[in-house]
Design a protein around this ligand. Sequence first.
Ligand SMILES: NC(=O)C1=CN([C@@H]2O[C@H](COP(=O)(O)OP(=O)(O)OC[C@H]3O[C@@H](n4cnc5c(N)ncnc54)[C@H](OP(=O)(O)O)[C@@H]3O)[C@@H](O)[C@H]2O)C=CC1
Ligand SMILES: Cc1cn([C@H]2C[C@H](O)[C@@H](COP(=O)(O)OP(=O)(O)O[C@H]3O[C@@H](C)C(=O)[C@@H](O)[C@H]3O)O2)c(=O)[nH]c1=O
Length: 288
Amino acid sequence: MSIKNNILVFGGLGQLGSCIEKVSLERGLTTLLYLDEIQGNILDLDLLHQLFQQEGPRFVINCAAYTAVDKAEDDFELCKKINQDGAENLAGLCAEYNATLIHISTDFVFEGNLPKLLNEQDIANPINVYGKTKLDGELGIARLLDTHYIIRTSWLYSEFANNFVKTMRKLGNDHDELGVIVDQVGTPTYAIDLAGVILDIITIDNEKYGTYHYSNEGVTSWYDFAKGVFDLSRIEVKLNPIPESAYPTKAIRPAFSVMDKSKIKTTFGIAIPYWRDSLVKCINELNK
Ligand SMILES: NC(=O)C1=CN([C@@H]2O[C@H](COP(=O)(O)OP(=O)(O)OC[C@H]3O[C@@H](n4cnc5c(N)ncnc54)[C@H](OP(=O)(O)O)[C@@H]3O)[C@@H](O)[C@H]2O)C=CC1
Ligand SMILES: Cc1cn([C@H]2C[C@H](O)[C@@H](COP(=O)(O)OP(=O)(O)O[C@H]3O[C@@H](C)C(=O)[C@@H](O)[C@H]3O)O2)c(=O)[nH]c1=O
């Protein structure tokens, strides 16, 4: 007889899934089941039915996503399948089996053309394929399931999987000079902090469903973020601030996507670390 897992984590081996596993272990939480793309393919409805029937989850955390922002521009169909259809599949299953869905979304649902803090009521208007499919996933969930939390976050990094911090440390070690964009502004988020908040929401379980913004505190540019990574990692590289026009990419990115976190702080009574304090923790982990 299998032990029932009351929390299913889809995309469980990705960056955020790995952070949830780390924080759960630290908190002594053991009833989570981490599913990879094969055991928990969110596009396979038969498999999902089997899983929900077998495990009877009380909560489902969806960390599964298509996250390659530039590649998505040439890969709309697959990106839409994973970010929209996959999210809708999980919402439908949660409705059928009375589970609560915690789904992760992104600051890239916003156009980000104004220097204004973005709150949950602001109109989303994505400017790239990734952001559009993530927004469509959110809308699908809201249509299919009342018992959902959608958490929009930004610029995730950690000691796990691929992310900007690890890319910068690698590039910094291989190059004498680098250019990083200074006119895209947002807030980095240590995925370990986000993992903690997801577990807090599950533990508090106050049924205040809906959409929430969560990132670390503060504001920075990709350039300043990279500068922080190099300083804290003691990597010597000549770092040049460049305009986005000097670093052409397939996908356009929001110029300003700093989110207002008042709602999540007051609803769940959480304190949010400043981005650079969390970066120090991550660099310490990476240096171990
Ligand atoms: N990374 C970031 O900077 C940000 C991420 N987010 C959101 O946070 C969430 C977590 O992101 P993060 O952990 O960084 O992303 P990762 O890319 O590290 O993890 C996503 C995981 O989803 C898996 N996956 C892909 N397709 C499927 C599928 N059909 N069924 C099941 N699993 C699948 C991937 O597997 P495989 O690798 O094998 O393909 C991967 O392990 C996502 O929703 C993302 O949109 C929001 C803001 C910023
Ligand atoms: C590698 C590199 C990137 N850049 C720029 C490009 C881009 O504008 C910015 C970040 O690049 P990345 O491709 O690492 O990050 P990107 O994949 O765009 O990050 C986004 O991912 C998705 C999943 C999200 O949801 C967003 O919140 C955000 O985190 O840095 C440079 O300027 N110089 C460089 O050498």
